[in-house]
Design a binder for this molecule. Sequence first.
Ligand code: NAP
Ligand code: 8YV
Length: 312
Amino acid sequence: MKPEVLSVAGMPGLDRASFEAHFAMHWLWQAPDREQVLAEVAARVRGIQATGAAVVDATLIGRLPQLEIIACCGVGYDGIDVAAARRRNVVVTNTPDVLNDCVADLALGLLIDASRGIGRGERHVRAGKWPEGGTPLQTRVSGKRLGIVGMGRIGRVIARRAAGFDMKIAYHARRKAADVPFAYYQRLVDLARDSDFLVAIVPGGRDTFHLIDEEVLRALGPQGILVNVARGPVVDEAALVRCLQEGALGGAALDVFEAEPRMPEALWAMENVVLTPHIGSATRETRAAMSRLTLDNLVAHFAGKPVPTPVP
Ligand code: NAP
Ligand code: 8YV
């Protein structure tokens, strides 16, 4: 009999047929009455398939007495109560590395858009306004000072991309990385003060909640641009809006939000802000690789083999 797996969240690119080939899948996020589905299957579920945006809390884990594994289709797993899973000896896996390139590509794309005003120019042209005049001068990208908040798997790829634009790269993390040549800042506010662009690419969760606060945003300054491809709560969104409104921050490009898919509507009217709907990994190629790795973890676990990518 196929092990029963509860899918608590879906996303474009999740290869449902391949999951169904191996497991008896319960697509909870599609069910009209989720409570009814849970009540029916809870006693038999042995695995959960989640995503980086999904919440798997202690209550849900507690309702599944046979649960053995939570496989997250995403590298970030801040929505999963890993401590509660550990207490029950439930394995947690994620999808590191396979999305590094696409998330880094988007970070650079957002940075260039926010600094050069690509979206702004596009809106101007499409609105038929060009005959009345062009858009204002924008900010040069090449050769600028880039501060990267988080020098992990994705941060390093962002740095590699940025080096191609002759940027001066520095970073902040809790610890200095022994194997990168960039300047390390122990204090994020100092990094912000010394940067033209600040890119956030740290995990979400309690430790990084509002890591980029008003002081950091003001240190980045009226010419500075913030790019957030990490998690919404890493940035104090209310402070961000305030700084943008006052001109204390030059611009922002945001792929993630504190309460996505909602965001402060004040952002919509700002021409110096670029907004995308959490699409860091959203390419056909990368989503296929994430889906495959999530499945590989589940298959390995139920075959009694070590899972390829357990969370640390
Ligand atoms: P990673 O390899 O674990 O790197 C995380 C980096 O953040 C490390 O340099 C780590 O260094 C630093 N860090 C962790 N906690 C910190 C703290 N409290 N203060 C300062 N720095 C801290 O992770 P990754 O694979 O690069 O992914 C990073 C995150 O990107 C994911 O967790 C996810 O939230 C986000 N993401 C977003 C998208 C999207 O679609 N927008 C897609 C993929 C990933 P130290 O441990 O030394 O502090
Ligand atoms: C996905 C992500 O969009 O990997 C992550 O941490 O945030 C993204 O790749 C997410 O997993 C889908 O919810």
